[in-house]
Design a protein around this ligand. Structure first.
Ligand code: ACO
Length: 320
């Protein structure tokens, strides 16, 4: 039986840091309010000339180095993003060109904050079927480009960045199971309403709008359910988990999931304080942070989960 195993991780954050103190001079807010409600202290913002594919390239090169592979070894490229460089071609194709390779399939996955988990699940299905040997899975975002910095209700949340993993074919399961869901009924609670096929031209529609309190409520309940689904599907007890690597939306949502799992916050990877919410990039950024600082080791059992616009949500149980 073919399986997908994480062979290397990488990530990249733009140099520029936007602090809560700076936001205080942009909108009516305070460092104390932001930290108390979200856990965020600062976030990274891409330079004007830095596109999503540039962030993705840096993270990908680091993941390839960690895996001991070259770009030419890749058989498939998946990029999860809500902020593609352009309408088409896909950011995955642009990344492929920037990696200096051609020929292998490459495509984007759009599931907002759940995008990386969706991409991981897609790569895993390809690899179980025995096709690709090495797959690059990236989550990359320049959310600052769709952020309205006059809207204090959500501009304090978002950050830019990229994370990547290289999956290699293995006889032992690395990606043990993945679980994906979506429900478009409440899509207007979290959206960027503008779009190519919309009538008229209203630039006000090109920014994130969110009913924060409603999203928060649904996110906590939904993540509870996906955690149960993942544990039950695999017949494992929560005590067997070594790490929770959650989507980094809000420290209070992360704490609620940790509580549900009876996990100490010492066993939860938290980057939201320094990265903010980087949507599809948040899970691979958090994973790479904990791999590189030595917390997550080969053989560890990891639960990762995400919830985002759509609504979409998903989880993956991973043996490193
Ligand atoms: N600074 C100061 N005050 C503020 C700010 C701000 N930046 N923003 C809102 N407020 C005020 C509000 O006006 C309100 O004032 P009022 O009581 O006088 O009306 C008060 O603070 C409380 O506002 P709420 O919106 O109820 O605050 P809440 O505690 O819900 O926190 C937050 C807001 C942080 C956005 C939270 O709701 C949240 O994190 N929601 C979930 C976000 C999320 O998980 N998104 C999912 C994934 S993202 C994706 O897919 C792209």
């Amino acid at each position: 039986m073919n399986h997908a195993r994480i062979a290397g991780t990488g990530s990249y954050l733009p140099e520029r840091i936007l602090t809560n103190e700076e936001l205080e001079s942009m909108v009516e807010t305070s460092d104390a309010w932001i930290r108390e409600r979200t856990g965020i202290r600062e976030r990274h913002i891409a330079a004007e000339e830095e596109l999503t594919s540039d962030l993705a390239l840096q993270a990908s090169q680091r993941a390839l180095d960690a895996a001991g592979l070259k770009a030419s070894d890749l058989d498939l490229i998946l990029v999860a993003t809500t902020t593609p460089d352009q309408i088409f071609p896909s950011t995955a194709c642009i990344l492929q060109a920037k990696l200096g390779i051609g020929g292998c399939p490459a495509f984007d996955i759009q599931a907002v904050c759940s995008g990386f988990v969706y991409a991981l699940a897609t790569a895993d299905r390809f690899m179980r079927n025995g096709g690709p040997r090495h797959v690059l899975v990236v989550g990359a975002e320049t959310l600052s480009r769709i952020t309205d910095y006059t809207d204090r209700s959500n501009c304090i949340l978002w950050g830019d960045g990229a994370g990547a993993v290289v999956l290699s074919r293995s006889t032992d399961p690395g990606i043990i199971s993945t679980h994906l869901h979506a429900d478009g009924q409440h899509r207007s609670l979290l959206e960027v309403p503008g779009g190519i096929s919309q009538p008229g031209d209203n630039p006000d529609l090109d920014f994130i709008r969110m009913e924060g309190r409603a999203v928060f409520r649904v996110a906590v309940n939904t993540l509870d359910q996906i955690v149960d689904e993942t544990l039950e599907h695999n017949g494992i007890d929560k005590s067997e988990l070594d790490w929770l690597v959650p989507h980094q939306a809000n420290i209070r949502i992360i704490q609620a999931t940790a509580k549900k799992l009876n996990m100490s916050m010492d066993d939860v990877v938290v980057t939201v304080d320094r990265h903010g919410n980087t949507s599809a990039a948040s899970v691979p950024l958090a994973l790479d942070t904990a791999v590189r600082d030595g917390r997550i080791k080969r053989g560890d059992l990891i639960l990762t989960e995400a919830f985002g616009g759509g609504f979409t949500w998903g989880s993956a149980l991973i043996r490193m």
